[in-house]
Design a binder for this molecule. Structure first.
Ligand SMILES: Nc1ncnc2c1ncn2[C@@H]1O[C@H](COP(=O)(O)OP(=O)(O)O)[C@@H](O)[C@H]1O
Ligand SMILES: O=C(CO)[C@@H](O)[C@H](O)COP(=O)(O)O
Length: 536
């Protein structure tokens, strides 16, 4: 997309699972530049599928750290080639896929702070990481470490009250504990441990960026009320961890000025400020300017559902994070691992790989799918912990297959019923004024959004760009620049374009789903109890 000269702007980055994306947002909060680098297709030499490597045990999932570095080189070169005027950038911020961790080798900070503008980052940072493949949010290999952490702090509920979540396999503290137990040398050779978000900020700073409170809440290490690392959790995970993490900071903090590397190589001004990076879901909350009572549904690689919370309500399911735009508040989040990738698989199997045909199947089938329901968890789901595909006919009898169109509707209805049931299980209710704000790649698909509106019985809104994490990051950069905590984020973002209406509930939807939702919940329980039985 061509740059328009002379626009003062902030940049918003997103280092997500499948790609690195960027937007430039001008002072009137209009997006005027968008770009992305897709890991699988633009950097095939790393051999990722969906941006990740799934290991032989099917539980360990990693991404190469140098792929993220090279993606940044590539996207900056693309911007430069398009004539983007970096001297107009006042500040930048960004987001990262949550929970993933990067291990900087002893001595790396020296390399980071003395980068030569003549060379790309990836050439200079090659030897800077004590492990080349970083654990990411899809990893579920740390069950033993989760149980150890919960035991150390008095159980799952105690951990949830302290850190906002019971122990989850993908949460960074448990991943660090696994690294320390299995590869103590790599752990002790790491002078700093970053989240993907703070790692990306560090690349821009030319020095280590602190972890922000909101993304830091996804580690099982941060006391979300006091906003300090929990000594009990640190101690249970690995020795000397506090110094490797650095102190956490409010999400709206300016963490420094951009490194001279970017000034000399790309023409940024040395005054360009870097505002703390955060998690992609918190950044989306900022981008969608979520209000209390609204539900946000992100349909990216993962599906997530999140909302703004006044008070933390820790539970044994779901997560409470510190709020990324107002340090007094919180956000609740549910994560569903089988999101876009299973939609793609069913599209390939039942709609010849075409989103168009997938949509036609949704259009040609009835709400409620004549009573046919499905659960599609090709990888171990997070919410709830189920694996496998399970299909039921209107008599609740498990069947082995559905016709293609029925399969597609069963998948999409099932995905949204699960979201509503689990959100309601935590006490969050759809009210008459509830809006659903949808984002992520699949929010391009109006027919998927129609099912979302029908299942929730609420209107669905979308932003002009499906990359609300990038847009939210740019808004957060303006917020940090304006003074951060001393200024209301809503004031800074007030002129931002409003989301537009994409779908309203169809007539009769509430009757159909009021009948179907309890059935879905019962069948989910049935699958869960069958899965548990062999262990008992
Ligand atoms: N028209 C569409 N209908 C449904 N899903 C789509 C459509 N276009 C893109 N997607 C999905 O969007 C996903 C990428 O979403 P995105 O939010 O960019 O991911 P992430 O930020 O996790 O890298 C792809 O995996 C793809 O399945
Ligand atoms: O694990 C979570 C949230 O807890 C995921 O939502 C990750 O943050 C990945 O995000 P996407 O790349 O799917 O947007």
């Amino acid at each position: 997309m061509a740059e328009r000269a002379g626009r003062r702007c902030c940049l918003g980055w997103d280092f997500s699972t499948q790609q690195v994306k960027i937007v430039a947002v001008d002072a009137e909060l209009n997006v005027f530049y968008e770009d992305s680098v897709h890991f699988d297709t633009d950097l095939p030499e790393f051999g990722t599928q969906g941006g990740v490597h799934v290991h032989k045990d099917r539980l360990t999932v990693t991404s190469p750290v140098l792929m993220w570095v090279q993606a940044l080189d590539l996207i900056l070169e693309k911007m430069k080639a398009s004539g983007f005027d970096f001297s107009q950038v006042l500040a930048l911020s960004g987001a990262g896929q949550q929970h993933g961790s990067v291990y900087w080798k002893t001595g790396a900070s020296l390399v980071l702070s003395s980068l030569s503008p003549a060379l790309p980052l990836c050439q200079q940072l090659q030897a800077c990481f004590s492990i080349s493949d970083c654990p990411i949010w899809m990893d579920s290999s740390t069950t033993a470490q989760c149980r150890q952490l919960e035991a150390a702090v008095g159980g799952a509920r105690a951990l949830s009250c302290l850190t906002g979540s019971r122990a989850y396999e993908r949460f960074t503290g448990n991943q660090i504990a696994k690294l320390f137990q299995q590869n103590p040398e790599a752990y002790s050779n790491s002078e700093r441990i970053s989240l993907v978000s703070s790692f990306a900020a560090s690349l821009f700073l030319g020095g280590y960026s602190p972890i922000d409170y909101s993304d830091g809440s996804g580690m099982n290490l941060l006391q979300i009320q006091e906003k300090v690392w929990s000594q009990a959790c640190l101690g249970a995970c690995a020795p000397d961890l506090e110094e490797k993490l650095g102190s956490p900071v409010p999400s709206c903090s300016v963490v420094g000025a951009i490194s001279s590397y970017y000034v000399q190589r790309y023409g940024f001004l040395p005054t360009c400020q870097v505002v703390a990076f955060t998690g992609d879901n918190p950044a989306s909350l900022a981008g969608m300017r979520l209000e209390e009572g609204d539900f946000a549904v992100s349909l990216g690689t993962s599906d997530t559902l999140f909302l703004w919370l006044q008070e933390p309500m820790p539970a044994l399911e779901g997560h409470i994070f510190c709020n990324p735009v107002d340090v007094q508040y919180y956000m609740a989040l549910l994560c569903f691992k089988n999101g876009s990738l299973i939609r793609e698989k069913i599209r390939d199997e039942s709609a010849s790989g075409s989103w168009n045909k997938f949509s036609k199947a949704l259009q040609s089938t009835e709400m409620g799918n004549n009573g046919n329901l499905g659960f599609y968890f090709d990888v171990m789901e997070i919410t709830p912990e189920i694996i496998g595909r399970h299909r039921f006919n209107a008599e609740n009898i498990e069947v082995s297959a559905f016709p293609g169109d029925v399969e597609i509707r069963a998948l999409i209805e099932g995905q949204f019923m699960a979201k509503r049931i689990h959100a309601e299980g935590l006490g969050y209710r759809v009210m008459p004024k509830t809006k659903i704000l949808a984002t992520g790649g699949a929010s391009h698909n109006k027919d998927i959004l129609q099912v979302l509106a029908d299942v929730f019985g609420a209107p669905v809104y979308v932003m002009d760009t499906s990359s609300s994490a990038c847009v939210g990051s740019a808004y957060r950069a303006f917020h940090g620049l304006a003074g951060g905590a001393g200024v209301a984020f809503s004031e800074v973002a007030k002129s931002a374009p409003r989301p537009s209406l994409a779908a309203t509930p169809s007539p009769g939807a509430s009757q159909v789903y009021e009948a179907l939702l309890p059935r879905y919940a019962e069948l989910e329980q049935r699958i869960l109890s069958q899965a548990r039985r062999p262990l008992e």
